[in-house]
Design a protein around this ligand. Structure first.
Ligand code: 2DT
Ligand code: MG
Length: 216
C-alpha cells in the first residue's frame, strides 16, 4: 500500500470570522492525532513579495490595482511547489486564506475589467484544496466582535462587497464542490466540532478516491 498523501485544507471568511482561531485549533487537533501538519497563511508577509504586500496593506506604499492583485497571486506561487511537496510527503497543509480571498478582495474594488473571472485567472494551476471551509458570519455578529482594524480594506463598504462576492464565488462552476459554508456565529467550541466533522469527511473522501493533489 502506498502512503497516504497529505491534504490541503483552507480557511476563508471575512475579518473577525474566527479563521485564525479555528486554524490554530484544527492544526493542534490533527497533531494530537499524530498527523504531520504544516500551518501557512496568505499573504505570507515574510517573503520579499510579502513585504511589498505588507507595506501596501499598512498604507506605507501605493500599488496599481492589477499590480497588487498579481503580487498577492505571486505570493502564493512562491509557495506552490513547496505545498505540493509537503502534501506528496504525507504532510497536511492548513492555510489561513488562499486564492478565494485573492479573487474577492480585488474584485470588490470595482475596477473596470477586474471581475471575479479576471481575478481568478492567475490562480489557475495552483494546488487545489481538498476542502475550503468558509466561516460565515453576519455583519451584525462581526460588528459585535469589535471594530475594524486600520489596514487597507478594513472598511464597512469593502467588507460588505467582499461578503457578496464570496457568495458569488461559491456559485462558480469550478468552486461549488470545494467550498463548505460553516456558520461561524456559534461558540468557538461548536464551530470547532463542526469543522472536525467536515475535515474528517473531506479527508476520507480524498483517501477513498486515491486521487493525487489536484490543480485549480
Ligand atoms: P490578513 O488580515 O488575513 O493578514 O489579510 N487579501 C488577502 C487580498 O486582498 N488578496 C489575497 O490574495 C489575500 C490572501 C484580505 C490581509 C488582507 O489581505 C486581503 C485581507
Ligand atoms: Mg486582517
Amino acid at each position: 500500500m502506498t502512503a497516504r498523501r497529505g491534504k490541503l485544507i483552507v480557511f476563508e471568511g471575512l475579518d473577525r470570522s474566527g479563521k485564525s482561531t479555528q486554524c490554530d485549533r484544527l492544526v493542534a487537533h490533527l497533531r494530537n492525532r499524530g498527523q504531520r501538519v504544516e500551518h501557512l497563511r496568505f499573504p505570507d508577509r515574510t517573503t520579499p513579495i510579502g513585504k511589498m504586500i505588507n507595506s501596501y496593506l499598512s498604507g506605507g506604499s501605493q500599488q496599481e490595482d492589477h499590480v497588487i492583485h498579481l503580487l498577492f497571486s505571486a505570493n502564493r506561487w512562491e509557495l506552490a511547489s513547496a505545498i505540493s511537496t509537503l502534501i506528496n510527503d504525507g504532510i497536511t497543509v492548513v492555510v489561513d486564506r488562499y486564492y478565494y480571498s485573492g479573487c474577492v478582495y480585488s474584485a470588490a474594488k470595482g475596477v473596470v475589467g477586474m471581475d471575479l473571472e479576471w481575478c481568478r485567472q492567475p490562480e489557475v494551476g495552483l494546488p487545489r484544496p481538498d476542502v475550503c471551509l468558509f466561516l460565515d458570519l453576519s455583519a451584525e455578529e462581526a460588528a459585535k466582535r469589535g471594530g475594524f482594524g486600520l489596514e487597507r480594506y478594513e472598511k464597512k463598504e469593502m467588507q460588505d462587497r467582499v461578503r457578496e462576492l464570496f457568495a458569488e464565488l461559491r456559485e462558480h462552476k469550478d468552486e461549488a464542490d470545494d467550498i463548505v459554508v460553516v456558520d461561524a456565529g456559534c461558540s468557538v467550541g461548536e464551530v470547532e466540532e463542526i469543522i472536525h466533522g467536515l475535515v474528517d469527511e473531506a479527508c476520507s473522501l480524498a483517501d477513498r478516491s486515491g486521487l493525487p493533489l489536484r490543480s485549480v
